[in-house]
Design a protein around this ligand. Structure first.
Ligand SMILES: [Zn+2]
Length: 298
């Protein structure tokens, strides 16, 4: 039975107020809006696990170390002694190559698994010097990347899912509504054992303290997630949404926050996720537990 993981960069559990675009959006931010000391009304019977992103290490949680932790189950800040921003360094790439979730899934068997994001042709032509944790995690399992051909044919989503970023640059791909993009991702989730989708532009809006952009991006992302949930077969599939650290929930600072992040769970094994996830290091073991249980009940 399938698992879909929606990874949203820079989405924390903050306080209500003018500084928090999730509060400003009101109901349009559901299910992304989770506030301190409040139980969120989650659509589609969702459950919340408040998730520690600080991982017992001083300093602000960062992308490279947080994402490597999510994608491996290894508490990378604790192991290496620091949080690291941006892209993983060699020490983190080593952890990813050895412990990647995609690698563990490959060993587990059923498959197929997919990273739903389409990669730019430039990536294949000349590999960038620095690549994201997801890229290394996918490569560790020898899984192919989705291309712009896949994107056009409805077999992949771009990171902004509407493709607007590409259309503005004159790339020949169709612009999609959040609902149309959700149909593509839901279809991938329904036909794969494990599906990962990564979204990171809300984090950028947080760093730029750009309220207009944050409202647009989060509003559309919330629509996209709701549409995915309406299209995925929740009797079969478990849908998880998590983040690597807080940021966009507090536009009064350009930095990441120290807030916990929401891990949201829907569908077949939502209770397992809600019970098991306490820190970012619990995401990979939880996904493996869900898929192992499913394997045993076949
Ligand atoms: Zn991040």
């Amino acid at each position: 039975m399938p698992v879909l993981l929606i990874f949203v960069d820079g989405l924390g559990i903050g306080t209500r107020g003018r500084h928090n675009p999730l509060d400003l959006l009101g109901e349009a931010a559901a299910p992304l809006a989770v506030f301190e000391d409040e139980e969120p009304p989650l659509p589609f019977g969702g459950l919340l696990a408040r998730t520690d992103a600080r991982l017992g290490v001083e300093g602000r949680p960062q992308s490279a170390s947080g994402q490597t932790t999510i994608l491996t189950g290894v508490n990378v800040p604790a192991r290496l002694g620091y949080h690291k921003q941006g892209f993983p360094n060699e020490q983190m790439r080593e952890v990813l190559r050895e412990h990647s979730l995609f690698l563990k899934l490959k060993d587990l068997g059923p498959g197929p698994d997919v990273f739903a994001n389409a990669y730019h042709p430039q990536f294949f032509a000349k590999r960038p010097r620095w690549v994201a944790a997801t890229t290394v995690a996918v490569e560790a399992a020898g899984l192919p990347f989705r291309t712009f051909e896949d994107l056009k044919e409805g077999r992949a989503v771009f990171h902004d899912f509407t493709n607007r970023v590409l259309v503005e640059f004159g790339v020949d791909v169709p612009e999609r509504t959040p609902e149309e993009a959700a149909a593509v991702l839901a279809n991938l989730a329904n036909t794969h054992c494990f599906t990962l989708y990564e979204h990171f532009i809300a984090d950028r809006a947080g760093h730029e303290q750009d309220e207009g952009a944050a409202l647009d991006i989060l509003g559309e992302l919330a629509r996209f997630v709701r549409a995915v949930l309406s299209l995925v077969d929740l009797a079969r599939t478990t849908v998880l949404l998590t983040s690597d650290h807080g940021n966009v929930e507090d536009l009064s600072t350009r930095n990441h926050t120290l807030n916990p992040v929401p891990t949201l769970a829907w569908g077949r094994n939502k209770e397992t996720a809600a019970r098991r996830v306490r820190t970012l290091a619990d995401i990979t073991p939880t996904i493996l537990e869900i898929l192992k249980e499913e394997d045993a009940t076949k």
